[in-house]
Design a protein around this ligand. Structure first.
Ligand code: GLY
Length: 366
């Protein structure tokens, strides 16, 4: 399974405390997993979705070769994994494996699996180590880093969860070789978000060659991933529990979550975030804080990456209702992350409905 080791990049997350961890990025890195597992660990449970059985088994076999007692648990593909039933089935497996507080869980998969594995690790024995092995672009640059974990309930997504930082994250770019093209494009939505909120070089790299940045083995994609993870690492190191700064990572997400709800979660997250960022940019322009050039740049960069920049124009009541239910709102006030310029995020609180509707009009296609 270990093909060849390119020089891995290590990004440290944390502020020098005991819970700091490394995100390791490179190609053919599975052999590096040993470096992320604490030497005191004896038993490891590898959690993977059905579609990644071969990869999950390869991770388990690698851990066995390294001398760990490694077990495996398969969970459903996609969002179905993030349920209380699946979490409960994993607690049963953990009990059967006799996983102790000094042992570890490994989550192998996209954001749904890393969220679930992290949540189960946060709750088992009040918290055991989790090592995340994200296999999608979205999970590498967002879900697997930063310790947000959770499951869904019938009432909504991510309503039950915990902050639980991983012990390490392994981003093996070779995992992206078989990722469907539309999943890569979706992940690019979160990459471009990092460009707008903190690192505009990301936007330049995407615009310079939008085709090559979607190839798993292109140096440009690796640079984008590393830059995005550095943005996330810097933010979550300063504000791990989202008391303030971390909110900037939600740029575009209020409108995006509304689209996702209205569309019954048939939209890919990164695509919804793309339209959500154009919406936030239009809102900032209407509020008089963002100039035309950066608003236009939203459309040009996102479109170059193959992402949508508009949404159907006949869904305002549903979108508005969904935004009002968003868990990022405080009390009855809607809050948006907006930009005053590139890499200058701020907050817009309680904009009038007329302004919200006007921004919707500007992102609507008929
Ligand atoms: N996905 C946003 C965050 O991790 O805070």
């Amino acid at each position: 399974m270990v093909s060849h080791m390119s020089d891995p990049t290590r990004i440290r997350v944390g502020e020098g405390g005991e819970s700091d961890y490394d995100v390791v990025i490179g190609s053919g890195l599975l052999g590096n997993i040993a470096g992320l597992v604490d030497p005191g660990v004896q038993r490891v449970l590898v959690i993977h979705p059905q579609a990644l059985r071969t990869t999950g088994e390869a991770v388990r076999d690698e851990l066995r070769t390294l001398g760990f007692s490694a077990f495996i648990a398969e969970v459903p593909d996609g969002e179905a994994a993030k349920s209380a039933e699946v979490a409960a089935s994993l607690w049963t497996v953990l009990g059967q494996c006799a996983l102790t507080r000094s042992d570890a869980i490994v989550g192998v998969g996209g954001g749904t699996v890393t969220d679930l594995a992290g949540f189960v690790a946060a709750t088992w024995l009040r918290g055991v180590a989790v090592i995340q092995v994200p296999t999608t672009l979205l999970a590498m640059v967002d879900a697997a880093v930063g310790g947000k974990t959770g499951i869904n309930t019938a009432e909504g997504k991510n309503l039950v969860g915990a902050f639980h930082s991983p012990a390490g994250v392994l981003c093996d770019l070779a995992m992206l070789a078989t990722l469907p093209a539309n999943e890569v494009v979706s992940g690019m939505g979160e990459v471009i978000k990092c460009g707008f909120i903190a690192d505009p070089v990301i936007l330049e790299i995407v615009q310079a060659d939008p085709q090559s940045v979607t190839r798993w083995d292109s140096p440009a994609l690796r640079e984008l991933i590393e830059r995005s993870i550095r943005v996330k690492a810097t933010v979550v190191s300063q504000d791990p529990r989202e008391s303030s700064l971390r909110e900037i990572l939600n740029y575009g997400h209020t409108f995006a979550h509304a689209i996702e709800q209205v569309e019954g979660y048939s939209w890919r997250h990164g695509e919804a975030v793309s339209v959500g960022m154009v919406y936030a940019a239009e809102l900032a322009r209407l509020a008089g804080i963002l100039g035309d050039t950066v608003v236009d740049q939203h459309r040009s960069v996102l479109a170059a990456a193959g992402l949508p920049t508009s949404y159907r124009g006949d869904r305002w009541p549903q979108l508005y209702a969904a935004m009002r239910r968003d868990k990022k709102s405080r009390g009855s006030l809607l809050r948006f992350v907006v930009l005053g310029a590139l890499a200058e995020p701020s907050r817009l609180e309680g904009p009038a409905e007329s302004m919200l509707m006007a921004a919707y009009d500007r992102v609507s296609h008929r």
